[in-house]
Design a protein around this ligand. Structure first.
Ligand SMILES: Nc1ncnc2c1ncn2[C@@H]1O[C@H](COP(=O)(O)OP(=O)(O)O)[C@@H](O)[C@H]1O
Ligand SMILES: [Mg+2]
Length: 340
């Protein structure tokens, strides 16, 4: 029987079109049918029907494109194991869970420390004990620091923390620019404790993944974020995301402006070059799998010592990058499936 290329979505979520599917899923599959000659199908992942789905996909799938934001799923570990089981039975998985667990979470920023993509001041506070021990001195360095929950997306759980002269602490959350004040660092640390989840002992994938990644605050966020969109190891687009005036958050929901441009444009030469060079530093985290099918690397500008521009990696997304407004990239994705 002829095997198909599948997209797996989650039944629920704010990312759906009028027909219940992500608006870019069908265009991606149509391109795969046209360009790569595969038959295709979209299925929903439902935790209570996962064994039936597993059997169905083992029987019918050549490849599976997973398009579920781990943030929308309660049993993410279970879902990753489901994908792993499919992979073990010979189905090609995009993005493979061994890759997602490494690249799609913020702790990759700490793991890339010492490479061109990493910043020396990045640190992953895995436990609350570690946070209490280390965060106060890290904050004291510039009196301002960014904290990102390891699992977050769309600005949720990303905080800009600053210390005033009188020792009081002020935080802004990127998702909604919501502000909080604390009398001193002790009060801040105490109130922050609830945000640290314990490790799930039964998890196969999610060991050592809870906590927050601390990053140097980059004030040039005011100029926006630069996103390089990749299909496997090829940059297909550069997006300039500009926050609303005075805002800290460059996420779409916060009202940031998006412009998609060609990676060939002269102004993006540096960031595209850095991305290409950075691929070799990312390679060890692929655990022998290929680069994600459709993924993004986001950068914020900083200055080199000589005053020239420097791009600092601020996150990688590889679980379900959307291309709804830019469906031409469906063709680039489809080419990956051309029968070898
Ligand atoms: N180091 C940083 N300096 C300044 N602003 C930052 C920094 N890191 C993140 N931000 C801001 O916080 C927002 C959310 O952070 P991000 O790492 O993109 O997480 P996510 O999009 O997954 O929530 C970014 O869009 C940016 O506006
Ligand atoms: Mg982001």
């Amino acid at each position: 029987m002829e095997k198909k290329v599948f997209i797996i979505e989650y039944a629920k979520g704010s990312d759906k079109g009028f027909d219940g599917f992500r608006p870019d899923s069908k265009p991606i599959l149509n391109a795969i049918e046209e360009i790569a000659g595969f038959k295709t199908e979209i299925v929903f992942y439902r935790p209570n029907k996962k064994y039936e789905l597993l059997d169905y996909l083992k029987e019918n799938a050549h490849s599976v494109i997973s398009r579920i934001n781990p943030g929308n799923l309660k049993g993410v570990d279970e879902y990753f194991q489901f994908l792993k089981a499919l992979s073990n039975s010979g189905v090609e998985i995009h993005t493979h869970p061994d890759v997602m667990i490494n690249l799609d979470f913020k702790d990759i920023l700490a793991k890339l420390k010492g490479t061109k993509l990493g910043d020396d001041e990045t640190y992953f506070y895995h436990t609350y004990t570690d946070f209490v021990r280390k965060f106060p001195s890290d904050l004291a360095k510039h009196d301002i620091r960014v904290l990102k929950t390891n699992y977050g997306s769309t600005g949720e759980g990303v905080y800009l923390v600053s210390k005033k002269e009188d020792g009081s602490i002020f935080t802004v959350e990127a998702v909604n620019n919501e502000k909080f004040y604390y009398d001193n660092i002790q009060e801040f640390l105490e109130k922050f404790e609830v945000k640290f989840d314990p490790d799930d002992e039964n998890a196969a994938y999610f060991q050592g993944k809870t906590g927050f990644v601390g990053c140097r605050y980059l004030e040039r966020i005011a100029e926006g974020e630069v996103r390089v969109v990749l299909v496997n190891d090829k940059a297909v687009s550069v997006v300039h995301k500009k926050p609303q005036d005075g805002g800290f958050s460059a996420t779409l929901f916060s009202g940031a402006q998006y412009n998609y441009e060609s990676p060939e444009e002269a102004k993006w030469k540096e960031v595209v070059k850095l991305t290409k060079q950075g691929l070799k530093d990312i390679k060890p985290f692929l655990k022998g799998q290929s680069y994600p099918l459709l993924w993004t690397m986001d950068y914020i500008l900083d200055y080199n010592k000589d005053g020239s521009d420097k791009y600092v990696l601020s996150e990688i997304n590889c679980s379900c990058v959307g291309i709804t407004t830019e469906l031409q990239y469906a063709k680039d994705i489809a080419k990956v499936f051309k029968k070898k």
